[in-house]
Unconditional design. Structure first.
Length: 185
C-alpha cells in the first residue's frame, strides 16, 4: 500500500511538473506580462507558414485566439510578409487588458480553393487586431481573417495536393495554379 501511494505521488508530481513546463513555455509569448504585439506576431508567423491550411494544426493556434473553431475558408490570401506595430504608442489602448494592434500585410493575391484559381491583388492590407487579456494570457478576439500564407508555403501546399490528387482534370488545375503562382515576383 505504501509503495502504491509513493508511486501515485511520484506520478502526480511528474504531471504537475509537465503542466508547469507547458505553461511556462506558453507564457513566453502569450503571457499578459509580455507585449501583446509579440503574441500577434507569433500567431501571424505560424499562419504565414501554413498552420491554418489543415484542420489538425488548428490546435497549434488555439492558444492565441478566442474563437473555438476555424471557419471553412474558400480563399487563402498569399502574402510576402507582414509588419506588426510593436510600440504601444502605435496601438489603440482600450484599457489595461485590451488593445488594438495595427498590422500591415504585403499581399500578392488570393487563391480560391473551389476553382483552384489565383487572382493577383498586389498591395497592402491594413488590419486592426483586437487583443484582450484573458486568464493571464493575451488572446486575439477579432478579426477572424482568412489564412494569410506565404508564397513558398502555398506552392508546397499545392504541390502536395497535386501529388495526392487522382483526378486528371483536378491535377491539371493544380499544376496550372502552381505555375501561375510561381510566376509572381
Amino acid at each position: 500500500m505504501n509503495h502504491r501511494l509513493s508511486s501515485w505521488k511520484l506520478t502526480l508530481l511528474s504531471l504537475i511538473v509537465s503542466i508547469a513546463s507547458c505553461e511556462m513555455g506558453m507564457a513566453e509569448t502569450g503571457s499578459v506580462t509580455h507585449s501583446p504585439a509579440e503574441m500577434v506576431k507569433k500567431y501571424l508567423m505560424l499562419d504565414q507558414r501554413g498552420a491554418r491550411l489543415d484542420s489538425l494544426s488548428f490546435e497549434t493556434l488555439a492558444p492565441y485566439t478566442d474563437w473555438k473553431e476555424e471557419p471553412a475558408w474558400g480563399r487563402i490570401v498569399i502574402v510576402r510578409g507582414f509588419t506588426v506595430a510593436e510600440h504601444y504608442r502605435e496601438w489603440e489602448v482600450v484599457n489595461l487588458l485590451e488593445v488594438v494592434v495595427p498590422v500591415t500585410f504585403q499581399v500578392i493575391g488570393s487563391v480560391y480553393l473551389e476553382t483552384a484559381g489565383f487572382v493577383p491583388e498586389p498591395g497592402r492590407e491594413d488590419v486592426r487586431v483586437r487583443v484582450k487579456g484573458m486568464k493571464n494570457r493575451w488572446r486575439i478576439i477579432e478579426p477572424v481573417l482568412p489564412p494569410h500564407v506565404g508564397q513558398k508555403r502555398m506552392l508546397n501546399f499545392i504541390r502536395e495536393a497535386w501529388m495526392q490528387e487522382t483526378d486528371p482534370i483536378k491535377r491539371e488545375r493544380l499544376a496550372a495554379l502552381q505555375d501561375e503562382l510561381r510566376k509572381v515576383k
